[in-house]
Design a protein around this ligand. Sequence first.
Ligand SMILES: NC(=O)c1ccc[n+]([C@@H]2O[C@H](COP(=O)([O-])OP(=O)(O)OC[C@H]3O[C@@H](n4cnc5c(N)ncnc54)[C@H](O)[C@@H]3O)[C@@H](O)[C@H]2O)c1
Ligand SMILES: O=C(O)C(=O)C[C@@H](O)[C@H](O)[C@H](O)COP(=O)(O)O
Ligand SMILES: [Zn+2]
Length: 364
Amino acid sequence: MRELKVDLGERSYPIYIGEGLLQETGVMFLKHGIGTKSPVLLVTDETAGELYLRKVEDALAKSGYRTGSFIVKAGERSKSLSVLEDAVTAALEAGLDRHSAVVALGGGVVGDLAGFVAATYMRGIKFVQIPTTILAHDSSVGGKVAVNHPLAKNIIGAFHQPEFVLYDTATLKTLPEREVRAGLSEVIKHGLIWNAEFVDWCEIHAEKLLSLDPESLEYALYEGCRVKSIVVSQDERENGLRAILNLGHTIGHALEAVAGYGELLHGEAIAIGMVGSARLAAKLGHPEEIHAVTKRIFMKYGLPTSIPSHLDTEAILGAMMHDKKFVEGTMVFIIPTAIGTVEINKNVSTALVREIVEELKEEG
Ligand SMILES: NC(=O)c1ccc[n+]([C@@H]2O[C@H](COP(=O)([O-])OP(=O)(O)OC[C@H]3O[C@@H](n4cnc5c(N)ncnc54)[C@H](O)[C@@H]3O)[C@@H](O)[C@H]2O)c1
Ligand SMILES: O=C(O)C(=O)C[C@@H](O)[C@H](O)[C@H](O)COP(=O)(O)O
Ligand SMILES: [Zn+2]
């Protein structure tokens, strides 16, 4: 088992990564001081629930915990205010009190939704992340929790850190191929913002990662979580540095909303957004090579690198203006200045962004 720490003073917590950790859930709850007297709510989706809920319930029961469960439909549309209300109903019916914990068992959708339930139920109770997708190496760390509004991604949310993250890599073996590719998009993002050597490594090990070679996958997830925890530990609430984790998201979030949540997977939309940021970098005078390398690596992973042509440019720009990165009338963009390094640029004009969106549509 590998272990990392998110260093946030009294809100610090560990990330455990390894094969077969689900059966340790109860033991880990006890280790982290979660009391057995109050019930626990397990939040999952139909797919992850079918595969892994029983295992987690059994592991918790063995350690003396009572559990209730709330199962949502799989997919981005479950990150909504109406599903949040149903989750709170489930929490009340299961008898959760202020000493209870909410557990996210699933991918980023379940993690963001369950985390927001934990952040808001009785003004905040304990939260545990049990990620089961590759993408959730990112979403389970850092405490950003949210649901979507039809007009804007993650616009209703909070910061609420988990007690710990329990990442059982054995669960990843059941992921559909499209989800594997989409999850690896954010793994590569962590290289693009912080670690050029890791980007090279991802390019060399593409086949191994796509075929879920256990050793390569565990290393890639560890490195992704390591970068994320370094950044979050320095800037929990995104007053500055943390914005770099948003590489590709200014365009990507807009694409998810405009395409209709779930049409483009998050990792796919972000891959397109990262290619867009690399194009923008070239226009701002940074080396052309950044765009070439970024596009090449996402193509190697079978990820989209262009905007579907049926999406309306003005609708995409409109959605960007609802994003959290649109501040005081300007779009904040994360721009790669070399492979492995980015800058936060607050002066990108709408005209330039329109040009990039049009070019990304033509690239397809
Ligand atoms: N909070 C954050 O910091 C953060 C970071 C990145 C992404 N996100 C959010 O995460 C979401 C995307 O996460 P995701 O890609 O994990 O999506 P997801 O949660 O929808 O999971 C993807 C699909 O995989 C299925 N699935 C989950 N585990 C499985 C398993 N082990 N085997 C088979 N199928 C499984 C799910 O049912 C779903 O259909 C987006 O909403 C995005 O905004 C949040
Ligand atoms: O943790 C962060 O910070 C990130 O930006 C990680 C992103 O991958 C993630 O998609 C996050 O949910 C985006 O946050 P938002 O603040 O842009 O909604
Ligand atoms: Zn993301």
